[in-house]
Design a protein around this ligand. Structure first.
Ligand SMILES: NC(=O)c1ccc[n+]([C@@H]2O[C@H](COP(=O)([O-])OP(=O)(O)OC[C@H]3O[C@@H](n4cnc5c(N)ncnc54)[C@H](OP(=O)(O)O)[C@@H]3O)[C@@H](O)[C@H]2O)c1
Length: 327
């Protein structure tokens, strides 16, 4: 039996993706064969599709860190054919063929059942971006942050950033959004941001060892000097959830935010988060943290992925891109 997939191949150091027919693998012990209905595009998928170092072990390869679909064969006691499931992260789309193919063959311990109240499509409007944003927000909540000062979010029109803005707003926080796309004010306001800060304005003043304490906490998807600046502006006992590096990997900070204000810099690696945490977060996203992402989600098929990959690498994506398989 064959299935369609967006396969990335390497030719003399050049990487290119195209839609190919592949053989459905035989079911191995402890694994599931899943018919993928939806996947989604994340920054890591764009890196995988363009051969960036350190993401995919070997090519040809099918990217896609996110999967939502139906179990068609199971060798696990926890799942039966017909179960609707979600899988994100771990080695999916890095060492195991991912959701840009119509079939995946995954270890059952990476898979969660779709919670009631969430459709497969809505799960992929979130995808890894949503689980990451949820984990960032969870860290702020667990830090016992009060609502008296706003929470700052960087990369606010991107996948993780836009969902973080929506979740924080839904949960009653005042949200200030930093963006390089000031034209998207309306979109950010509709997601719940009360103030939009242009990235260039935010970065225009030089970094201080300790700046005015203007924010209770922050979600940073950008890294680099942006992260350093955010840390310097957090008030006492605030939490900075750090998850991304689109703006740079290295940053220089002083110790003062940490030793004079007790600020916590809290890293998020949602791919490798324990499956029980992922289950807990999916349940929150399906219930108390339910948000409508339809207006910030674009749907494409696997023939249309190339353009979207280019856009995300250029920092030009707005919101989320869901990949729909089949008709
Ligand atoms: N640690 C984890 O578990 C985890 C999980 C998922 C993603 N990530 C990381 O989180 C980051 C965001 O992922 P994503 O999927 O949300 O990507 P995305 O949709 O491309 O969003 C990134 C956003 O960052 C801003 N941006 C882009 N280039 C920038 C630059 N050079 N300087 C400053 N800001 C820039 C843009 O928003 P504005 O124009 O609004 O500023 C862009 O939309 C990536 O680094 C990704 O690898 C980490």
């Amino acid at each position: 039996m064959k299935y369609k997939a967006y396969l990335v191949e390497e030719n003399n150091g050049e990487f290119a993706g195209s839609v190919k027919e592949l053989d459905v693998p035989d079911l191995e012990e402890g694994r599931l064969l899943i018919k993928v209905k939806y996947s989604s595009l994340n920054y890591k998928d764009a890196l995988a599709a363009t051969g960036a170092k350190g993401v995919v072990r070997s090519y040809p390869f099918v990217p896609g860190v996110d999967v939502a679909g139906e179990v068609i064969k199971s060798s696990s006691n926890d799942f039966i054919p017909g179960d609707e499931v979600i899988a994100t992260g771990y080695k999916i789309g890095m060492a195991e063929f991912g959701g840009f193919g119509e079939i995946v063959h995954l270890p059952s311990e990476w898979v969660v059942k779709l919670p009631e109240n969430l459709s497969l499509f809505n799960a992929m409007c979130h995808g890894t971006a949503g689980i990451t944003a949820a984990e960032c927000v969870n860290k702020i909540i667990k830090g016992g942050i009060s609502n008296t000062l706003p929470v700052l979010v960087s990369g606010a029109t991107g996948g993780v950033g836009s969902i973080a803005v929506s979740l924080l707003s839904k949960l009653g926080y005042e949200v200030h959004a930093i963006t390089g796309k000031p034209d998207e004010n309306e979109m950010l306001t509709s997601m719940g941001a009360t103030k939009i800060i242009s990235r260039s304005d935010f970065m225009s003043e030089p970094l201080k060892p300790l700046d005015k304490a203007s924010y209770s906490s922050a979600v940073d998807t950008v890294g680099g000097e942006m992260l350093a600046k955010m840390i310097s502006m957090i008030s006492n006992n605030g939490v900075v959830s750090c998850c991304g590096n689109v703006g740079g990997a290295m940053f220089t900070s002083s110790v003062f935010p940490f030793i004079l204000r007790g600020v916590q810099l809290s890293g998020v690696d949602s791919a490798e988060s324990p499956i029980n945490l992922k289950k807990e977060l999916w349940n929150l996203l399906a219930n108390e943290w339910l948000i409508d992402l339809n207006n910030q989600t674009k749907i494409v098929n696997i023939q249309e992925i190339d353009n979207e990959i280019k856009k995300i690498l250029d920092g030009g994506q707005i919101g989320r891109v869901v990949i729909k398989h089949g008709e």
